[in-house]
Design a protein around this ligand. Sequence first.
Ligand SMILES: [Zn+2]
Length: 140
Amino acid sequence: MGPSVSKCIICDDVLRNSLATYCRRCGNIMARVETREKAELAARVNALRKAWDKEDKCFRCYYSGIRLNDDNVRDPRYITFDLTALRKGAVLVVTAALIHEMKADLSEDEFKAIITQLAQHFTANSPVDQAIFQLEHYKR
Ligand SMILES: [Zn+2]
């Protein structure tokens, strides 16, 4: 019996070598992040699997759906892990570097509330409710 043909556990692409778990692209993404616990590793793999767009062969941002860049850390669309989800045991997701910076350490609900109110303020000049700035995790 010859060795079985295996594929990347994230995107089903060809493995970077016969002993690898990932393809070259996914291996590079995983190599750039420091993961100490098995559960966190599984969460990262899961986040990447969910973000993978089989048809367009790319990762997509959880918050915006935009195509993420996975090989240029200077690109505002560069793929990042939103680790704030780990805090509450919520699901880990990937997002664009710029959106990650905008979201900071807000929860998903807090982030959406602020972005939505800002958008309404920008488009319809409606007042922003100051109550949305009572944030659970914002610490400076
Ligand atoms: Zn892969």
